[in-house]
Design a protein around this ligand. Sequence first.
Ligand code: FES
Ligand code: FE2
Length: 399
Amino acid sequence: MERSEQIRILKGLMSHLDSKTNVDAGGIMKTPSDTYTCEDRFKMEWDTFFLNHPQIIGMSGDLPKNDTFVTTQDFGIPILATRNSKGEFKAYANVCSHRGVIVEGERKGEKSKFSCPFHGWTFNNQGSLIGYPKGDHFGEIDKSCYGLKPLPCIEKYGFLWVHPSEEGEINLNDLLGSNLIKEFESWNFEKLLFTNEEEYVTDMNWKLAIDTFGETYHFSVLHKDSLFENFHGNCQMFDSFKRNGRLILCKREIDEMRKLPEKDWNICTGTLPVYYLFPNIIFMPTNEGAFLVKEYPLENSPNKSVSKVCFYFYPEVLEYIKNLEKSGNQEGITLQEQYGGFADVIRDEDYVVAASSHKGLMSGKLDYLTFGRNEPALHHYHNTYREALGLQSLPLIQN
Ligand code: FES
Ligand SMILES: [Fe+2]
């Protein structure tokens, strides 16, 4: 993040701490309960946000060298994404041109050729069919007509975007806007390396998972024995970038950091930035690495979802941890435990109440949910979803 923006945000948080104020959306907002439970609304979301919208499938560090690949079926279409032998990022439908079987079944790995498990047709990592067994028995085919279907894809600022539709367009200017592009250019996310991923399946609408990342009003209650020890609750900064947002959570470390000269302030020391990237991504950079959280509906249902929490570290941090571990020092392990601990809080605290909230909404005993003045990210998420679906915006209610 650019230096001037870091300082503006840090000063904003310090001012909130000093005056015991918080970010203020200027009013409250109410969304009908069926935002989360209505089957028709869900179908519109699945079609508009997942099947027909660019998807962030991971980070550059998921494909750390040439001839590596990742696969996903998270948004309905089986995808095989590769870094080919020239180092280029490519994406294909992971669907065999013979009879439609999923060609590559592994989640990720190192490979330059992919053999279909049914009859052994083999494709290279440029999507071309390079061989099929027993050609003299099978019959002559024009191999050039039997490649894997290429899908639009872009690797930029350390993120991997794939469009599930062959005709789809990925326009980063439209998706992110020039301010967020400028901001992403000033980080080093392309250096991040993937270490591990956790999956949490929860009986809740996928948007309830996103909502839990959108405010710190709940920190002193829900997280009183966990995150609240390290974060000031109910103190944040929020900015939107087109359909995306950036929430800044205030760490308690800011209290010590502010005693230092301004030149020594650092956004990731004093805060946890939380980027929301429309429609379903939460991305949180830290000094050591980042968390990428991808939220997906499951089983074609508004009532079930999966969160995929991926951990990334900068190479020098991984090296540092490795050396510490070699020397028997426990500090490196503690760093990884801290990251794991954060994910445990998401699973054991946030998603537990989110699932409970979903149950409450399903009971039909609540007409609408209310987002406070101190929860502007929730206002932004929900009006963005509505705008993208062609629904009328929720009004701000002055109070
Ligand atoms: S379906 Fe893939 S080789 Fe037959
Ligand atoms: Fe939380």
